[in-house]
Design a protein around this ligand. Structure first.
Ligand SMILES: [Zn+2]
Length: 344
């Protein structure tokens, strides 16, 4: 791996059209049975191939084997009724039809360990695997059993910790927890959100990431962003807590956003996975634009702690756009590598 500015994607990539309907969240599978298993593996192979070809240094699965970053994990747990759906408000922002917790939640078998083992076989580069965070999980379902967001979050944290330890044993180098809910429920983050995240990473030797963002480039999110004013300071709530946490890497969005970059100073000492690729529009960034975003961030994070990345997952984008954005990311990172090398 290049020691300086290794690039990584936050998570999802578009799926091939033969596997699932493109540019759609929660898109149903186009295959079934053994053909679906094989199709998912082929899509994962393509995702790895494109990442390597386009200079991504920390490889992930592009979430090719999951329908959605939260619900696919929940689907594998007992105690959740997927037939009994209710409409709830997600992230305090948009309504979605979600499954219902009807009994004690339990992980009856590993969820992603086979997929991660398969990813491990595809590359010698470091690999990263994303899981939903406890708070984001409880925000994506209805609960008629625990009747307490906090209690259910602790249950999920314990389940996630067991899954993470098995992913680590399968050879995953970096384990990421997606917590977009940390940008919305500030009191809960302080009261128990951080504690449940710490529970999820307890005892891991793999490096850990928390990804906090303003969501996919879907209309509900862009409408929400339009109400946030000229400066988005949501990260100021969670970053001081994360700076004192055992999480190794903080993933945030930056490119084309209204986030003042000095928030990065609040996690000084941590590695920073910085979003230098916008996932909310189809314009391909020029390498110089990517470099400009990274250069600005280097005022607040040391070069040996910066991981150039995308703002969020790219699942809803057209496939050719997502691939071209990957190339832009690595070309932009290369500009800064050269600059940093010349400066020392
Ligand atoms: Zn995100």
């Amino acid at each position: 791996m290049k020691t300086l500015l290794p690039t990584a994607l936050v998570g999802s990539l578009p799926k091939p059209a033969w596997l699932a309907q493109p540019e759609t969240l929660w898109s149903p599978w186009a295959l079934e049975g053994d053909a679906l298993v094989e199709g998912k593996q082929d899509a994962l192979r393509c995702a790895v191939h494109e990442q390597r070809r386009r200079g991504i240094d920390i490889v992930s699965d592009g979430e090719q084997t999951r329908q959605h970053f939260v619900t696919t994990f929940i689907e594998h747990l007992s105690g959740v009724d997927f037939e009994r759906r209710e409409t709830v408000r997600i992230r305090d922002r948009y309504d979605a039809s979600v499954p219902t917790v009807v009994g004690a939640v339990e992980r009856v078998k590993p969820v992603f360990v086979e997929d991660a083992t398969f990813l491990r076989q595809q590359t010698d580069l470091p690999i990263k695997w994303a899981l939903p965070g406890p708070m984001t999980m409880i925000d994506t379902l209805a609960d008629h059993h625990y009747k307490s967001r906090e209690k259910l979050a602790w249950e999920f944290a314990t389940i996630l910790n067991r899954e993470a330890k098995e992913l680590e044993a399968a050879g995953v180098d970096i384990i990421q927890f997606d917590e977009p809910a940390f940008n919305v429920f500030f009191d809960e983050v302080r009261d128990w959100g951080m504690a449940t995240l710490e529970r999820a990473v307890e005892g891991l030797r793999a490096e850990t990431v928390v990804h906090i963002c303003y969501g996919y480039g879907i209309k509900a999110n862009t409408d929400w962003k339009a109400t946030l004013g000229s400066e988005w300071r949501q990260y100021e709530q969670s970053f001081p807590l994360l700076q004192r946490s055992s999480i190794d890497i903080i993933s945030l969005e930056s490119h084309n956003s209204r986030i003042p970059l000095d928030v990065v100073e609040l996690v000084r000492g941590k590695k920073v996975m910085l979003g230098a690729i916008d996932v909310a529009n189809n314009t391909i960034e020029r390498p110089e634009e990517v470099a400009d975003t990274l250069r600005k961030a280097l005022r607040f994070v040391d070069a040996d702690k910066l991981i150039p990345s995308s703002n969020c997952g790219m699942a809803p984008l057209p496939r050719d756009v997502a691939l071209a954005k990957m190339s832009a990311l690595s070309a932009g990172a290369e500009i800064i590598r050269t600059e940093v090398a010349m400066a020392v």
